[in-house]
Design a protein around this ligand. Structure first.
Ligand SMILES: NC(=O)c1ccc[n+]([C@@H]2O[C@H](COP(=O)([O-])OP(=O)(O)OC[C@H]3O[C@@H](n4cnc5c(N)ncnc54)[C@H](O)[C@@H]3O)[C@@H](O)[C@H]2O)c1
Length: 329
């Protein structure tokens, strides 16, 4: 299938491009490179630099590449910034994707996969999180994704769009061969921050809150390998054949891991000491977030290859160790 990967030069998108090619699909990347890296996409993959909100440009790409399905990874994803500058988030994460959907309808492209997020659930009343729990996001980032899910529902009814919305938990790890990995600037994700502290690229890593009602007092999150996320996207493709499909799936391992466990595992895998600074809780951080992803496993026959935190962190360490400057080298 010809798949347009929007945001394909970013962290998760670039891994998905690899997996699409490995599964025999033809991936085409569209990215404005506001955050992504051209070097994250192989030279053999058609690459279009531009904005997903540019209807004329996107329409030309859809036609020229005979696109049948769009995978949409492009978004702004800094929670704190979304509180300070909500309009920036609603513009990039909601308004532009609406333009994209209009363009797809105009050009007869009827299949769509969205990178949604566990942030759409807000602070869950129960754990693990299942898909039909109430979604009450607590910041504009999560709200912009939930709003887009609702736009997709209406588009499926009105125009027969078939879509899958994947609510990721914490994406982690890197390609098995260490050739691509996570390189965000600024970096806000725990595993790369801890690895950078271990490597001496940061003075220390911060633990925000050590008095949560969790076994070691630090927050619990669900780390899912980026290749496992990518494989779920590919597993969804055959389920989008019939028009009007509306699919929602959590993607996580279901294993809660604490901040301290991440730090200990980085130390174990790297053999380096991680300088740590303990501080107060951050407002808006739920104590614990982890997924029940049995729906994706059962309906899509999605298999989690990397269940264990040490294996996941080993792939991240391999990437950072061999690319200390990320893609800038
Ligand atoms: N990383 C995580 O743990 C995580 C968790 C939950 C959800 N998500 C979602 O997954 C998606 C991918 O996350 P990521 O970590 O790979 O992010 P990323 O920033 O690495 O990748 C996003 C890519 O989209 C591009 N982009 C942004 N706006 C664009 C626009 N208007 N037009 C064209 N390209 C644009 C950027 O240049 C970048 O290459 C995002 O939608 C994010 O909200 C990520």
């Amino acid at each position: 299938m010809n798949v347009l990967v929007i945001g394909g030069a970013g962290y998760i998108g670039s891994h998905c491009v690899r997996q699409l090619s490995a599964a025999g699909h033809r991936a085409v990347v569209l990215d404005n490179l506001v955050f992504g890296h051209r070097a994250a996409v192989g030279a053999e993959v058609p690459f279009y630099q531009g904005d997903l909100g540019d209807a004329v440009f996107v329409g030309q790409v859809l036609e020229a590449e005979k696109i049948e399905l769009v995978m949409h990874f492009a978004a702004f994803a800094f929670v704190g910034e979304s509180v300070e500058n909500p309009l920036k988030y609603y513009e990039n994460n909601l308004a532009k994707p609406i333009t994209l959907l209009k363009t797809m309808v105009t050009h007869g492209v009827g299949k769509f996969v969205l990178s949604s997020t566990c942030a759409t659930y807000g602070v869950p009343a129960e754990l693990p999180i299942v898909e039909d729990m109430p979604q009450n996001p607590i910041n504009p980032y999560g709200q912009s994704k939930l709003d887009l899910e609702n736009v997709l529902r209406a588009t499926a009814v009105a125009h027969g769009l078939s879509f899958a919305s994947f609510r990721y938990f914490n994406a982690a790890g890197a390609a098995q061969d260490g050739s691509i990995g996570e390189d965000h600037d600024p970096e806000t994700h725990l595993i790369p921050l801890v690895i950078q502290a271990a490597m001496g690229q940061r003075k220390s890593t911060s633990i925000f809150g050590t008095d949560y009602p969790t076994p070691d007092g630090t927050c619990l999150r669900d780390y899912v390998h980026v290749d496992d996320l990518s494989r779920a996207h590919i597993a969804a493709i055959p389920h989008l054949e019939k028009p009007g499909q509306q699919l929602f799936y959590n993607l996580g391992t279901g294993k809660p891991q604490s901040v301290r466990e991440v730090i200990d595992t980085v130390e174990k895998v790297s053999g380096l000491k991680v300088p740590v600074q303990e501080g107060p809780r951050r407002p808006g951080d739920p104590p614990s977030l982890y997924a029940d992803s049995s729906k994706a496993q059962n309906e899509l026959d999605w298999k989690i290859h990397h269940l264990d935190l040490e294996t996941i962190i080993a792939t991240a360490w391999n990437w950072h160790k061999t690319h200390p400057e990320g893609f800038r080298e």
